[in-house]
Each structure stands twice: as structure tokens, then as C-alpha cells.
Design a protein around this ligand. Structure first.
Ligand SMILES: [Zn+2]
Length: 206
């Protein structure tokens, strides 16, 4: 089933099997799809990833998150990069294992960043915790093409900023300051949108 075409700079052309996080087709995963165990989300529009105003590398991060391919601790354990169960704990809240959906949407520390963002945008909505459903819900909120591109750019900036600052906590030992993460996401959104959108004219401080 062809569900989308992804253009990645520096990567050779290849097929991706969306029912597997590595993109590899296996009889087992195909059987699971037929049994309804793995949601293929045939309606998911992958083009929405690549039509934001964000940079290619940031859009690539979104694609990797949607495919559950970012090196969060749970994924590192699956690849045997880390082996002890205590090493899988979320580095921000130290409460549960760090999965992709946890660090980006469910963690009590990163939720504060998103709460600031939704307050800023004036959005009040119940949001799914699964990555693909979360992205789809945002891409379906607006029908105006430019506004939709803007919102998905902010979604990308939010995810990128959370992951970047999470890495600073993990690798540089700095503390987590949700307000600074939110400000970084705001700044990134504004930079990306004003650089690429012809209809965007307001200053960062408006
Ligand atoms: Zn957490």
C-alpha cells in the first residue's frame, strides 16, 4: 500500500513498510496488519510533514518521530544500546519509561511547554497521545492552506524544541526550563514562517 512519498536529502530511494518502525517488510508484520493488530492509518497524509515552513532537517525529525525512529530511551533499549531497565526512565520526569509519545506529548514536564503553546494560540482541545494521531489532529484543525502550514510549522517547532532541549538535559546535564523551551519553539516558528511564507508580515514581538 503506497501511503506517501518522502523526499529525504542524502538518502537513497527505497520502499518503506509503514507497519514496521524500521520500514522493513516482514511476513509477521503483514500478518499483524491483516489481523488488525497494527494500525496502518491509510488516511494519514505524509505530505503534511514536508509542506511546513520548517527546515528539511526539522521536518525529517517529525517524520522520524512519526515512524517511532527517534533515539528515545525505549528505542535504544529495543536496539540493545542500553540494557538496564532503570536506564529507560524518562530523563525529565523520572517517572515512566521514555517512549516517543511520552517525551513529546505525555510527560508532565513537556506538557507544560505544550500548555504554553496552546494558550498562545488560543487552542483548547483534547489531544491524542499517539504520535501519528496527534499530528493528524493538528493538520485537520484548519482548512486555510497558509494557516494550516503555519500551525504544522508550530507543531514541528514544538516537537523539535522539546527534543533538542531534552538532549541538552541528557548530554550537557542542564536543568529543564519549560518556559525557555516554549520561547525557543516560538522563535523557531517565527523564523521559519517569516522566511518562507509570503503572507506573513508581523514582527516577532506582535
Ligand atoms: Zn517524562
Amino acid at each position: 500500500m503506497l501511503v506517501g512519498i518522502l523526499i529525504l536529502e542524502g538518502e537513497p530511494d527505497r520502499w518503506l513498510w509503514v507497519a514496521d518502525s524500521e520500514g522493513k517488510y516482514t511476513v509477521k508484520s503483514a500478518y499483524s496488519v491483516l489481523q488488525g493488530e497494527i494500525p496502518t492509518d491509510a488516511d494519514f497524509n505524509y505530505n503534511n510533514i514536508w509542506t511546513t515552513f520548517a527546515t528539511t532537517s526539522s521536518n525529517t525529525f517529525t517524520w522520524r518521530a512519526l515512524m517511532d525512529r527517534i533515539p528515545c530511551k525505549l528505542n535504544l533499549m529495543r536496539k540493545n544500546v542500553i540494557n538496564r531497565i532503570e536506564e529507560v526512565t524518562c530523563p525529565l520526569c523520572n517517572e515512566v519509561e521514555e517512549s516517543t509519545s511520552h517525551i513529546l506529548f505525555c510527560c508532565s514536564k513537556t506538557w507544560l511547554v505544550r500548555a504554553c503553546c496552546y494558550r498562545w494560540l488560543g487552542i483548547s482541545t483534547a489531544l491524542p497521545s499517539e504520535v501519528m494521531a496527534h499530528f493528524s489532529q493538528h493538520s485537520g484543525i484548519l482548512s486555510n492552506k497558509n494557516q494550516k502550514q503555519g500551525l504544522m510549522t508550530i507543531w514541528t517547532a514544538m516537537a523539535w524544541s522539546i527534543w533538542t532541549c531534552r538532549n541538552i538535559v541528557v548530554f550537557d546535564g542542564q536543568g529543564w526550563d519549560y518556559e525557555r523551551v516554549f520561547e525557543l519553539a516560538q522563535l523557531k516558528s517565527w523564523n521559519w514562517i517569516q522566511a518562507k511564507s509570503k503572507e506573513f508580515t508581523c514582527s516577532f514581538y506582535e
